[in-house]
Design a protein around this ligand. Structure first.
Ligand code: C2E
Ligand code: CA
Ligand code: CA
Ligand code: CA
Length: 275
C-alpha cells in the first residue's frame, strides 16, 4: 500500500530501507518468481452472523529463493511497477478456478474474494481473459468476488470502468476494500455498482464510541444502497459481539481464523459448515 494511514507506527523494515540496487534486484526476482513457482496462496475465511464460513479471501504469498518469505505489503507495489502483477494476477485466478470450481467443492460453494490491482484492470483484455479462465474450469462467475481499492474508483480511468462493468455483468461480485482509509465517497459506490463494502480494521481497532458510531453509520448507508458489509480485522469476541449487534453482515479476522493453506482451509470448512 502506498499511503496506508492505518499504519500509525512504522517499525523497522529492511525492505522499506532497501537501496535502489536492492529494489531493482527484487523486481528482477519478482519477474522470475512465477516461473520458479515461488508463489502460493493462503485463504482467510469470512464468516456470517452465525460464525460459519460464507466466503474466503485469497491472499498472495511469496517464498523467494533469495529473500525468503516476503509479505505482500513489501512486494505488491514492485509487482505493479514492473507490470509483473498482470501475469501473477492471472495465475491467482487460474489457481482459484482450479481449486474452487463446482467439481472440486463438495459442500455448498463458497464465494472466493481475489484482490485485483488497478494495473490489472487497466488491461483491455482483462475481462475476456478472466472469462476464458473461468470457463476452462467451469467456475461459476457468481462464486468469484474481486476486491478493488479506493484508488481504482478515484482514478476514473475509462478502461478500468469498462472492465468493472463487464465483470459485474458477467455476474462477478465487486467489493470495495479498505473502505474508510482513503477519500472515496458514497457517490462512487453507486457509480461503480459495488456490491460489497469492506470496512477497514482501523475503525474497529479503536473501541471508543466515536469510531463505533462511524462504523454503524457506514454500515447503515451501505445497506440503504443495497450493499453488503464486511468488517475486517475482527480479533476479539467483544469486537464481534458489538459489530454483530450493529447489523454488519460478514466478519473477517484473526478471531475466526488467520489466513491458512488450502489443506487447512478444507479442514476448516468441513468442520464449520452446518449440514
Ligand atoms: P487486504 O486486502 O486488506 O488483506 C487483509 C490483510 O489483513 C491481510 O494481510 C490479512 O492477513 C490481514 N488480516 C486479516 N485479519 C486480520 C486481523 O484480525 N488483524 C490484523 N492485524 N490483520 C489481519 P496480508 O495477507 O499481509 O496482505 C496485505 C495486503 O496485500 C492486502 O491487504 C492486499 O492489499 C495485498 N494483497 C494480498 N494478496 C494480494 C493479491 O493477490 N493481489 C493484490 N493485488 N494484492 C494483494
Ligand atoms: Ca482485500
Ligand atoms: Ca482490506
Ligand atoms: Ca488493509
Amino acid at each position: 500500500k502506498k499511503n496506508d494511514p492505518s499504519k500509525g507506527l512504522i517499525f523497522f523494515n529492511p525492505m522499506l530501507y532497501a537501496t535502489n540496487l536492492k529494489v531493482e534486484d527484487i523486481k528482477m526476482e519478482l519477474k522470475q518468481a512465477l516461473s520458479k513457482d515461488e508463489f502460493l496462496i493462503h485463504y482467510q475465511p469470512i464468516v456470517g452472523k452465525d460464525q460459519s464460513i460464507h466466503k474466503i479471501e485469497a491472499l498472495l504469498r511469496w517464498r523467494s529463493e533469495k529473500y525468503g518469505f516476503v509479505a505482500p505489503s513489501d512486494f505488491i507495489l514492485y509487482a505493479e511497477e514492473t507490470g509483473a502483477i498482470i501475469s501473477i494476477g492471472y495465475w491467482i485466478i487460474e489457481e482459484i478456478c482450479k481449486n474452487f470450481n463446482p467439481l472440486s467443492q463438495t459442500d455448498r460453494p463458497l464465494q472466493i474474494s481475489i484482490n485485483v490491482s488497478p494495473i490489472q484492470l487497466m488491461d483491455i483484455h482483462f475481462t475476456q481473459t478472466i472469462k476464458k479462465i473461468a470457463e476452462k474450469y467451469s467456475m461459476d462467475f457468481s462464486n468469484l468476488c474481486f476486491e478493488i481499492t479506493e484508488s481504482v474508483v478515484l482514478d476514473e480511468n475509462m478502461v478500468v470502468y469498462d472492465n468493472l462493468h463487464a465483470l459485474h455483468n458477467l455476474g462477478i461480485t465487486i467489493a470495495l476494500d479498505d473502505f474508510g482509509t482513503g477519500y472515496s465517497s458514497f457517490n462512487y459506490l453507486r457509480k461503480y455498482q459495488l456490491d460489497i463494502l469492506k470496512i477497514d480494521r482501523i475503525f474497529i481497532q479503536d473501541s471508543s464510541n466515536k469510531y463505533l458510531n462511524i462504523v454503524k453509520n457506514i454500515n447503515d448507508i451501505a445497506h440503504l444502497l443495497g450493499m453488503e458489509v464486511i468488517i475486517e480485522g475482527v480479533e476479539t469476541k467483544e469486537q464481534f459481539d458489538v459489530l454483530n449487534n450493529m447489523g454488519c453482515d460478514y466478519f473477517q479476522g484473526y478471531y475466526f481464523s488467520h489466513p491458512v493453506t488450502l489443506e487447512e482451509l478444507k479442514h476448516l470448512t468441513t468442520k464449520s459448515i452446518p449440514h
